[in-house]
Design a protein around this ligand. Sequence first.
Ligand SMILES: Cc1cc2nc3c(=O)[nH]c(=O)nc-3n(C[C@H](O)[C@H](O)[C@H](O)COP(=O)(O)O)c2cc1C
Length: 496
Amino acid sequence: MPETSVFVRIPSLKTVADFRARLAALGLELPCDDTIAVGQDSPLTQPVTGVTINGKILGNRWAIQPMEGWDGTRGGEPTEDTLRRWRRFGDSGAKLIAGGEAMAVVPDGRANPNQLLISESTKTGLARLRETLVAAHRERHGRTDDLAIGFQLTHSGRFCRPNDKGRLEPRVAFRHPLLDARFNVTSDRQIITDAEVAHLVEAYVAAAKTAWQVGADFVDLKHCHGYLLHEFLGAHTRPGRYGGSFENRTRFLREIVDGIRASGNRIDLAVRLSAFDFVPFRPDPARSAPGRPGPGIPEDYSRCLPYRFGFGVNQSHPIEPDLTEVFLFMELCAKLGVKLLNLSAGSPYYNPHIQRPAAYPPSDGYQPPEDPLVGVARQIQMVRQVKARAPAGLLLVGSAYSYLQEYLPQVAQCVVRQGWVDVIGVGRMVLSYPTMLADAVQNRTLHARLICRTFSDCTTAPRHGLVSGCYPLDEHYRAKGEFQELKDAKSKAPPR
Ligand SMILES: Cc1cc2nc3c(=O)[nH]c(=O)nc-3n(C[C@H](O)[C@H](O)[C@H](O)COP(=O)(O)O)c2cc1C
């Protein structure tokens, strides 16, 4: 077996040959072209065929993944920082904005008091966000009739902190034997009742109406990262209409879609899905020191087998994916008229190494238990398997490419050319270097100093109640007083 827990930093791999040798040493199948293709020769500059979003043909093959900044007003409206982030999304040249950022459909469903809200009261601000992005895109890239913008709709479920950044107010789909203790779930009263689900369905329908009114091309019904709708997919142990069978666990989604259509709203639909999950991880106490968490190990799940507390996870060995229900879910999405399935994995709160592979962990995380390339390849291979069975008319977006760093363009173009995925979704790289793929396909020139090195400050900052952004590489955040606060927080306080 190759040694995967000791990892080699990407900048030390000086050539594509070095990069390939590392992949081979890890036993990973991850294709990578020798050079970056430019202009019309690049698979990434090809328009998307076979699916239109709000009547638009997407002009290229990369997308901006949704990323919050925890920087809205208390009323859920965007601030100058939010506008700047969306402006940079527009600058990126991506023709698909795969949700912008998670927007709560009800005030109590916010993951923090500064999360955007999507409601009648925030319409003006949301319209401005969208217009800012479109204007930036037009100025830099010309056309916008091939640019589709989605709004991601969410309820944060287990991770709600709607009133105070330091106080969890979780609402859950079911009691979880490993997560409850971590996220302050102490009573069955925190379980969302079937009657409350009905109200939430109405809130999603209303949010989709708002999105349509302010000009979004689609809404993304967020089913990932442990948030509420994702948790419902794993509600095997929940009694009643929304738990147990696959049909019951997907009822919430079906009711939202039916509600949107019954309201006469023609907005296009997307779903972001954590296609697989693992049990929660924690730092290995035997290899941790004060202020320095050790490598991640799975929580002891021996008492929880079969593991009926997740989606896309092998119930006998819950540190392995099982995609059986993912294929069913994909068929359901296609049947419901969903046009775009954006695949992710796990949760940033309890197993970040599978969700956003990183060289440096967030401060509430653990050292990588595997070479982060293993995490990247796991997601790319999962998407490949799903894509191989995808029905015509359903567009697949992949995630977790940022850790590839300078090799992101070569891997991205290769997997698109080979048909493993339709569109490359880019997350953290956009925070430090929004135009990376545009630069790559225009003239092959990358600005090395802007390349995201996965320091995880964008995740650590909000864990300490600060706004998110790329503190190490983006001047805008370096210049903020919060940068010092972040350094102080990292050096002493345990995160919330
Ligand atoms: C600061 C930050 C905020 C994020 N916010 C969201 C979000 O609002 N919705 C979502 O689905 N994913 C969110 N994500 C996850 C990303 O969309 C993406 O899946 C993840 O960063 C892995 O992709 P990458 O390797 O390109 O960064 C966020 C990630 C980061 C780093």
